[in-house]
Design a protein around this ligand. Structure first.
Ligand code: NAD
Length: 289
């Protein structure tokens, strides 16, 4: 166990978060000095799904800790689509609100394909709006989905080269896998996108110098999936009955093969939360120009 730690680099979020938070605090202070208000993140929570309540509380605490204004707008699980939509419309129109986040998952009567168009793309800090995915694809500056952008910031902090390398993204969701692949491609990686219908996954993932895993299956990726020395980023988050967190990557076996690996917890998760706050400040700066 200790032997691999001497050779494998642990890509912990902590130093990245520390240095980026310092830069973000400075941006927030300069925004406040200029506009006499703090950038404001509004979170909409429908129902009382326990993990969603925990995530929403954590986002509020982090926003306040860094000096952002924050508001949470809670609705009962039985609230109508029209009622919640009306609140989003009000937040979209409110000039004192810079970023809006709808906490997922929502009760089943809310349809994701409709929801993604509700938040004004200028305030959509999750960057789920189709217009924002289009902007990302075409390289226009705009809000970018928090998890993939956080992964890029993590790789940049550790000076991990992307250009010219073979990157494999496992997973093709609209919020992680697809934007992740676009971001890597725009930084000149040769990108392979693997997914649930990929045949012989280990032979595909073993081609990658950079392996990003966002699947949602605990310990799917084992040593046999990893090219020796590859950089492996684990986006997955799973909580067992005892509350212990783990990822889509089998840390124990992969750490014997990989050159660098993100931990779970303490890897991609904190980068996602930080990027949400950075996106709120980006939205505030962009709208006030
Ligand atoms: P999703 O369910 O929307 O997408 C999963 C993707 O995995 C799909 O594109 C599917 O094709 C692919 N897939 C499923 N089974 C596969 C298999 N056997 N082999 C290869 N590909 C397979 O999930 P998501 O929203 O992209 O999230 C993925 C994971 O990342 C989840 O565990 C989620 O909790 C986690 N997540 C973590 C963060 C974070 O901040 N760390 C943020 C978002 C999501």
């Amino acid at each position: 166990m200790l032997e691999f730690l001497e050779t494998m680099q642990l890509l912990s979020a902590r130093p990245v978060v520390e240095s980026r938070e310092a830069a973000l605090r400075a941006r927030i202070a300069s925004f406040e000095a200029k506009f006499s208000r703090k950038p404001h993140l509004a979170v909409v929570l429908v129902g009382d799904d326990p993990p969603s309540v925990i995530y929403t509380t954590k986002k509020a605490q982090d926003a306040q800790r860094l000096g952002l204004a924050h508001s949470t707008h809670r609705f009962a699980a039985t609230s109508s689509v029209q009622e919640v939509r009306a609140k989003i419309d009000l937040l979209n129109a409110d000039p004192s609100v810079d970023g809006i986040l709808i906490q997922r998952p929502l009760p089943a009567h809310f349809k994701e394909r409709d929801l993604v168009r509700w938040v004004d793309p200028k305030k959509d800090v999750d960057a789920f709006h189709p217009e924002l995915l289009g902007s990302l694809l075409l390289g226009f500056p705009s809000l970018i989905s928090c998890t993939p952008l956080g992964v890029i910031h993590l790789l940049e902090h550790y000076k991990i080269p992307i250009a010219g390398r073979v990157a494999c993204v496992v997973g093709r969701s609209a919020i992680v896998g697809k934007p992740m692949a676009i971001l890597l491609q725009s930084r000149d990686a040769t990108v392979i996108q693997a997914h649930s219908k990929t045949k012989d996954l280990p032979s595909v993932t073993r081609q990658a110098d950079l392996l990003i895993v966002a699947v949602g299956k605990r310990a799917l990726i084992r040593a046999e999936h990893v090219k020796p020395g590859a950089v492996v980023v684990d986006v997955g988050i799973h909580r067992d009955a005892a509350g212990k967190l783990s990822g889509d990557v089998d840390f124990e076996s992969v750490s014997n093969v990989a050159g660098a690996l993100t931990p779970v917890p303490g890897g991609v998760g904190p980068m996602t939360i930080l990027t949400l706050l950075e996106n709120t400040v980006f939205a505030a700066e962009s709208s006030s120009r």
